[in-house]
Design a protein around this ligand. Structure first.
Ligand code: FAD
Length: 461
């Protein structure tokens, strides 16, 4: 429990307006995109790195826990104050500090919204590819801490492939700089890569140096409609097997299509078994040719219709459909258990068949959509948490889904991280030695367990 004096000291650091303790305010910072709730004892919004250093020093002195938070859009509970403490809201640190077109590098504060950065860069002909479906509201700091992926990961990779340097405040209150501002750099251990994906448990990221690419000259978006899901996933394997590398290759199953159509009413085919949304980019002539080849391949693979978006507006409508899947599903049931398993691409048909079988056996509504090109399947079990029997069946089903995923050579999370929701399953994928090495890293960075306790490991602090 924070004392009045501690709150006074926090207010002195960030200013009264930026230190919140009102219970109604706290509710807003005790949630994320899971349906879990843990209210913090206070929320502070530092304006700069000096204020963060002062807060972390105070956290050591008192002591209290600190939980970094971007937009709170995480899917695994990473920003939730499970053991109380102070949420460190980074939304005020939202400046794009520099864009250097010659060296193709941008330096940004952690609270910059990913979509805003992309828009700003596009105006200068530059491209930052990682594009989580939450890009309209999630932050670069949260993306770095989760190593967020997105639809374009198939061709361009994920957040870690673009973070070349960081500034971060350690749990001791010391400021560390990692990485480089150059295209290459191999001096010492790669602390940048270690901090990317560390879910706010090792350091507070205060500045991010990002590698950029030129904007592709041209893009084309296709929607392929299939009667059966397995035809669609077979088409994915065929497209990539043919040496074509779309910038995005997303799929939606029938229930996802129906939910999105009910939500947006944009004319998606409600009776389709599955959709593929395929984007190709690059030089204009290549894009036209590849789009045509993909169209032919999909038709040969059983697609009943393949539409090519006539212009950017139509392409954006299709992207909106894909980004709306997650919120649209709530029409089916009030709660969602959301997993983001990944399997080797060629095993997607196997995992999809297994999901169907598990759904039937446990009498659960299981939908899947996601990044088919990466083998990253978003598995959503729509439930009512007030139904204890359904909750118990869901737990069993999730366990079986993870077992099946690992048996196919997959991983428990392609992009959403462990947070709190996947803690019980970590040991299924990482062996004892690996877990021990991770715990030692946590101890080396945060010996007193100040930063984001209760995440990733069961006994991290
Ligand atoms: C509709 C929807 C669609 C989504 N689609 C995708 C998708 O396609 N791909 C994907 O990868 N994810 C997706 N997500 C999940 C989520 O948006 C990402 O994990 C995103 O990276 C979280 O960013 P955030 O700013 O909301 O971070 P938060 O949720 O606030 O925090 C996430 C984690 O980062 C830590 N953190 C935040 N800022 C910092 C910092 N400055 N320093 C240290 N740690 C920090 C927090 O402690 C927490 O552990 C989606 C979520 C929603 C709701």
């Amino acid at each position: 429990m924070l004392s009045r004096d501690t709150i006074r000291q926090l207010s002195r650091i960030v200013g009264r307006r930026h230190c919140r303790t009102d219970p109604e305010d706290l509710i807003c910072y005790g949630y994320d995109a899971t349906d879990l709730r843990y209210n913090p004892e206070a929320v502070v919004f530092p304006a700069d790195v000096q204020e963060i250093v002062a807060i972390v020093r105070l956290a050591n002195e008192i002591p209290f826990y600190l939980i970094p938070r971007g937009a709170g859009s995480g899917m695994s509970g990473g920003s939730l104050p499970v053991r109380g403490g102070v949420v460190l809201g980074l939304s005020r640190m939202n400046r794009i500090l520099s864009i250097d077109p010659e060296n193709m590098v941008a330096v940004v504060e952690p609270g910059v919204v990913t979509g805003h950065l992309q828009e700003e860069l596009a105006e200068q002909g530059l491209f930052y590819p990682p594009d989580p479906a939450s890009l309209a509201f999630c932050t670069i700091g949260g993306n770095v801490a989760e190593c967020a992926g997105g639809a374009r990961a198939l061709k361009y990779g994920v957040t870690k492939d673009y973070v070349i340097g960081l500034e971060a405040v350690l749990a001791s209150g010391e400021l560390v700089k990692t990485g480089v501002q150059t295209a290459k750099g191999v001096v010492g251990y790669d602390l940048t890569k270690l901090l990317v994906g560390s879910e706010g448990t090792l350091a507070i990221i205060t500045k991010v140096v990002l590698k950029l690419l030129p904007q592709p000259e041209s893009r084309r978006m296709l929607m392929a409609v299939f009667n059966r899901l397995n035809e669609a996933v077979e088409a994915v394997t065929k497209i990539i097997g043919a040496g074509l590398l779309p910038s995005a290759l997303e799929f939606m199953d029938q229930r996802s299509i129906q939910c999105v159509e009910d939500y947006l009413q944009i004319g998606l085919p409600r009776d389709a078994g599955a959709l593929l949304l395929i984007e190709v980019d690059g030089v204009r002539e290549g894009v036209v040719r590849h789009a045509e080849e993909i169209r032919t391949l999909c038709l040969g693979q059983g697609a009943r219709q393949v539409e090519v978006a006539a212009n950017e507006e139509e392409a954006e409508t299709l992207w909106q459909a894909r980004r709306a899947v997650s919120p649209a599903l709530f029409k089916l049931n009030p709660h969602k258990v959301s997993e983001d398993i990944a399997v080797p691409r060629s095993r997607i048909p196997d995992i999809v068949a297994k999901l169907e079988e598990i759904g039937q056996r446990f009498r659960l509504i299981i939908l899947c959509f996601g990044h088919a090109g990466d083998g990253n399947v978003h598995v959503n079990i729509m439930i009512d948490r007030n139904d204890a029997d359904e909750v118990a069946r869901t737990e069993q089903a999730v366990n079986e889904i993870f077992q099946a995923t690992l048996a196919l050579g997959g991983t428990l999370s392609g992009e959403h991280g462990i947070g709190i929701t996947k803690i019980p399953y970590l040991g299924m994928e990482i062996d004892k030695l690996g877990l021990e090495a991770m715990r030692r890293i946590k101890k080396a960075f945060d010996p007193r367990g100040i930063l984001n306790p209760g995440k990733i490991f069961l006994d991290s602090d």
